[in-house]
Design a protein around this ligand. Sequence first.
Ligand code: ZN
Length: 291
Amino acid sequence: MIAEWLTYGWFRLLAGLAGSLLIAGLAYRRSSLSASGAWSAAAMGTAYFVLGGPVWFGTLIAFFISSTLWSRWKHSSRAKHAAEANYAKGSRRDGMQVWANGGLGLVLCAAHAWHPDPLWLFAFAGVLASVNADTWATEIGALSKSQPRALLTGKLVPAGTSGGVTLLGSLAALGGAAFIGLCAALLSQAAPISAPGALVQTELTAIATLVLIIAAAVSGLAGAFADSLIGASGQVMYRCPACARETERRVHCNVQTVRIRGWSWMNNDAVNFVSSAFAGVLAILLYRLFI
Ligand SMILES: [Zn+2]
């Protein structure tokens, strides 16, 4: 096993590094990632490739590229501009966001390299499906013609409000979750779950592959709704003293905002992390139930 890793490990390290640097560099040049975001993404992508090979790396890239494309789609529209003004950060992802989105998946990828079991891939698909569902829902839902409603109370809320949901956004969440399941399933059929020479390999049966798609779609959608629920309850929210708007930002209209609800540590990155962990657990339960 050690000899195999020495033979193929270097190849995987170089291939992973080259691919990750290329993608992170392009994203940085096109302003989709900040400098800290680009370095984090390059390191993260390399680790995914070394530990997991094409299936884990490819699924991560499917999330990254699809969510980046949706966020650029109609980026200059008024609807998106208005929504974005309330978010804690703009469309340029920084290092914290990169780790909040892909860090837990990397832990699962490492767990699979250590102790191979399809269960880890299911958990990973659930986690990434949730993150992707949330991103697609945010980016596509922002263009909804109908005003969002609060998930808990059903009251109409301004566009861009945490916890606000629309039908378009919910359908986008389902699409984003299923997309990750489909990518993981197709990749796991095209390549071993760990590439040749890797520490371990896992093979999925046809039934398990189908369950993987469904588990990702269901748990990813549930994760996106959990994200909305936490966003509407525990997430920290501030009010801008200048314009009186509620915002996720600590500074608005160039003045310090005032906390009006939520736990101070529960920012948007923390909400993403917690809800995607919930989706991962749900995907494991579905795996245990059906496989
Ligand atoms: Zn303001």
